[in-house]
Design a binder for this molecule. Structure first.
Ligand code: KIV
Length: 261
């Protein structure tokens, strides 16, 4: 097995100009698949809410739900860096809240946590407590109600604000920053100006790395996303396989002799 990936190794990839591959996973099986495929970072994202738990946003996701899925994913991930999202309402209120929530996730095996937005004191305190922090700027889904929908952020003058914000996150101690749904030229400017890596999703090719939701990449989300590429249509493959299973049960083809004792 290649060397275990750590937060400093992810950060160093920016200096070496090596692209960083990040993918989400929410359980042991998908964690293992992502790890075996060679992802550098496996993110237990709070997209868990939309993708797995059937919620309409990430806002209802609780720390217990994140901890439970992170614990399962931990079992499948051996080499990649395991990053776990701090869900909505578990870090914004105070430094103490952020440190306690991050510690809960670290105890079940998170090697870093991710926080959306500019919570600088929280980032500094969590890093000081011993847990690396990944930042997240742009279209931050926990603030979807402030943005009024899933819209590209950072167009026009707000682009400069995002660049300044990214600098502040770096100064606060973040080891990497996710840039979500922002113009590619702005993501390039931010990437060029920062010393830490940027991980893009809908932010163009110039970011230091890319992150995708595993269900989008594998075609398990029936809804196509502009920022995502479907590498296989697993949803249709699974339906076809289960249809065949149903036929085989009904016609007594399954179980055969080879499946019987
Ligand atoms: O929750 C998530 O999956 C994320 C990534 C899409 C960046 O935050």
């Amino acid at each position: 097995m290649a060397d275990k990936i750590t937060a400093p190794i992810v950060r160093a990839k920016r200096t070496k100009g090596e692209k960083i591959v990040c993918i989400t996973a929410y359980d042991a099986v998908f964690g293992q698949i992502a790890d075996e495929a060679g992802a550098d970072v496996v993110l237990v994202g709070d997209s868990l809410g939309n993708v797995v738990l059937g919620y309409s946003s990430t806002i209802p996701v609780t720390l217990d739900e994140m901890a439970s899925h992170a614990k399962a994913t931990r079992c499948g991930v051996k080499r990649a860096l395991l990053v776990v999202d701090l869900p909505f309402g578990t870090y914004q209120a105070s430094v103490e809240q952020a440190v306690n929530s991050a510690a809960t996730l670290a105890k079940i095996g998170a090697e870093a946590v991710k926080m959306e937005g500019e919570y600088l004191e929280q980032i500094t305190a969590v890093v000081k407590s011993g847990i690396p922090v990944m930042g997240h700027l742009g279209m931050t889904p926990q603030s979807v109600n402030v943005f009024g929908g899933f819209r590209v952020q950072g167009r026009g003058e707000s682009g400069q604000w995002l660049l300044d914000s990214a600098r502040r996150l770096q100064d606060a101690g973040a080891f990497a920053i996710v840039l979500e749904l922002i113009p590619a030229d702005l993501a390039k400017r931010i990437t060029d100006e920062l010393e830490i890596p940027t991980i893009g999703i809908g932010a163009g090719v110039h970011c230091s790395g890319q992150v995708q939701v595993i269900h989008d990449v594998l075609g398990l989300n029936p809804k196509g996303m502009k920022h995502a590429k479907r590498y296989v249509n697993a949803y249709d493959m699974f339906v076809e396989a289960l249809k065949q299973y149903s036929v085989d049960v009904r016609t007594q083809v399954f179980p055969g002799e080879e499946n019987s004792f």
